[in-house]
Design a protein around this ligand. Structure first.
Ligand SMILES: [Zn+2]
Length: 291
């Protein structure tokens, strides 16, 4: 009697393990069946090549696919037109899958190994066309698995705009959109298929704007005050600062406006800075010193 009672859980466990393995295989099989249509979606987002906060077509395409798959949509969240949440199920646990779909400025590239511009303003150099599509595919695969196995809980796809500068997720976090999330899963296209235990760098960025007085640079230079001088002085001083910051820190910048013509003293100039380190406190310290 005792022995047969013991056998029941052992048998059940055996059947459960087999079933779980079978169901896991089903999830992969269903993903493989849809590989071509997901490939087309990724290719479309590659072709749209929309930059941060302008991902209208890319966002709409992912939204439509998720809606057709049975997800409920919340669009334009955190006052960002291209941000959205697609949700299935209810109650705990709440599992979030993050997807990005913005392109990089100036990287218009055809899908060939050599440099060949595609005649667009932007391009998907770091693979966010794959990122958004594959995260969406994962959310749909989990939803299908939940339906097939009557699983309780919530699966949520977060459409997160403007990762390439613009900090879309920061505004979404501030709006409380992650407050009830138990775990958020994330990936990024790369050269190998692996899980990484590494952390990303905290980043604080700003555009520093300088105002001067315009004048003809040859006719009356003594009347002008160059805003570009302000930018150059700042860059020189920040570069001197590099000796006195932790060596793992990163500071990078581009001059986004340095005037329009050499013979006009610029009355406006702008430089765009990032400060990064894996410790947020260090970033804030470096940033405050830059300011
Ligand atoms: Zn990226």
């Amino acid at each position: 009697m005792k022995r047969s009672l013991l056998l029941i859980p052992v048998l059940c466990y055996g059947i459960f393990t087999l079933n779980a393995q079978k169901k896991g295989e089903d999830v992969i099989k269903n993903l493989d069946i849809k590989a071509e249509s997901y490939g087309t979606i990724a290719q479309n987002i590659w072709d749209f090549a929309e930059m941060g906060y302008q991902e209208e077509k890319s966002s709409a395409l992912l939204q439509k696919t998720l809606k057709d798959a049975g997800f409920t949509l919340k669009v334009g969240i955190a006052d960002i037109p291209t941000a959205f949440i697609a949700e299935y199920g209810n109650g705990a646990p709440v599992i979030a899958v993050l997807g990005e779909y913005d392109a990089l400025p100036g990287l218009s590239q055809q899908a060939v190994p050599e440099k060949k511009t595609a005649g667009k303003a932007a391009g998907h150099a770091c693979g966010h066309h794959l990122f958004g599509t594959a995260s969406m595919a994962a959310a749909i695969a989990v939803k299908d698995w939940m339906v097939a196995n009557k699983i309780q809980g919530t699966i949520r796809f977060y459409g997160t705009p403007a990762e390439e500068g613009g900090s879309g997720k920061v505004y979404m976090v501030r709006a409380g959109l992650f407050n009830d999330v138990d775990v958020a899963l994330h990936w990024h296209p790369g050269a190998q298929n692996a899980a990484s235990a590494g952390a990303a760098l905290a980043n604080k960025s700003a555009k520093f704007r300088f105002h001067g007085i315009s004048a003809h640079a040859a006719g009356s230079p003594e009347k002008g005050r160059s805003a570009l001088d302000g930018v150059e002085a700042m860059d020189m001083m920040v570069n001197m600062m590099r000796e006195h910051i932790p060596q793992e820190a990163r500071i990078h910048y581009v001059i986004t406006d340095g005037g329009k013509a050499p013979n006009v003293v610029p009355d406006f100039a702008e430089v765009y800075y990032y400060a990064r380190h894996n410790n947020r406190k260090v970033v804030i310290d470096i940033f405050d010193r830059m300011v």
